[in-house]
Unconditional design. Structure first.
Length: 343
């Protein structure tokens, strides 16, 4: 029996399933295998979903993958929609149609055009409802469908540091960042963002830039509050290790309001997938696959989940600005005080 190259393809929109490797296996019976990925945000009215199918071929797998991206017959065979459910009863149904509006980064698959699905009409998300994403093949068994359920992440707010605080970035004592966990949230990531500008010495062109570092990540319980402690002064290490000397520009903080705290919270399925992906990356043994899609033939893979974020901005005090201009980690990078900036 001849051996063939076999590729199970899934193209992620934001994260996940982004690496593709050819596998070798004996020829098997054809199976209709669905791959799907979508992460919704309650503040958006247009939502996108990537749907793909697995395939097997004795041709070059990468050439075949490029052809499969534009398999119009496959996409025309699908009926795709979102159900809003309360107590397991369908309250609303939202059809999804194909679109090529979102460009794809260059790679082995066709770019910049790619086929995604988006909701036909604007929809408003309700955090008390359950949403079911349904994929049907119109030419398969009448009742055959692939689906996944998800709850949507509600709004939440950063409660500490208080917005009136002038942050002291020089302190070596840990400071806290706190927020109330949103409805349906299962895991969080906290980022500290430093915003600055570069002014070209000759043209005076101004370019806004930022640096971002993760300060914490963990699981959380809806309804509770989360408080994490971290070293805020490590932002100077980040700046010093990331920026390079550039004698063509002068750097300033982007106003004195140059520090942001950014918190992302995601749903249970995405949290589980990300954690397993982290564990898989750290081991050389058998990989653990996770999917919350359900199919009668069990040939459905992917993630349907949600996420939401909260951002708060802060001023820095004069000691922090002095340390940016003259401190050991950043004094060579050409920063000047904001008060010296002349537009």
């Amino acid at each position: 029996m001849m051996r063939i190259q076999k590729l199970m393809v899934f193209i992620g929109i934001v994260v996940a399933f982004s690496a593709c490797k050819p596998k070798f296996d004996v020829y098997d019976d054809y199976k209709d295998i669905v791959f799907a990925y979508g992460v919704f945000n309650i503040h958006e009215t247009t939502h996108y979903f990537k749907i793909y199918k697995g395939f097997q071929t004795d041709e070059n797998i990468y050439d075949y993958a490029r052809q499969m991206e534009w398999n119009k017959l496959y996409f025309d065979s699908l009926e795709v929609y979102l159900e809003e459910r309360v107590n397991n009863e369908v309250r609303r149904t939202y059809p999804f149609d194909t679109t090529t509006a979102i460009p794809k980064d260059p790679g082995i698959f066709p770019s910049p055009l790619q086929i995604l699905y988006k909701n036909r009409n604007p929809l408003t998300i309700n955090t008390t409802s359950t949403y079911r994403f349904v994929i049907k093949n119109k030419y398969s068994n009448e009742n055959y469908q692939v689906y996944a359920d998800a709850k949507m992440i509600g709004d939440f707010y950063i409660t500490n540091p208080a917005s009136s605080s002038n942050l002291d970035l020089t302190t070596s004592h840990g400071i806290s960042c706190a927020f109330k966990n949103p409805d349906n949230g299962s895991a969080f990531e906290v980022y500290q963002v430093f915003k600055y500008i570069e002014v070209d010495k000759i043209t005076h062109h101004v370019e806004k830039k930022s640096l971002r570092r993760k300060v914490s990540a963990d699981f959380c319980q809806p309804g509770n509050s989360t408080k994490i402690t971290h070293r805020i002064d490590h932002v100077y290490n980040l700046i010093g290790a990331t920026l390079e000397v550039n004698d063509q520009v002068v750097r300033y903080t982007d106003d004195r309001t140059c520090i942001e705290y950014e918190v992302w919270v995601c749903g249970a399925s995405l949290a589980t997938y990300m954690k397993l992906n982290e564990l898989n990356s750290a081991t050389l043994g058998n990989k653990i696959d996770f999917s919350n899609f359900i199919a009668e033939n069990k040939n459905a893979y992917g993630i349907f989940s949600s996420r939401n974020s909260s951002v708060r901005v802060y001023d820095i005090d004069s000691n922090s600005e002095d340390s940016l201009v003259q401190g050991q980690y950043t004094k060579h990078l050409g920063f000047k005080k904001w008060i010296e900036y002349v537009p």
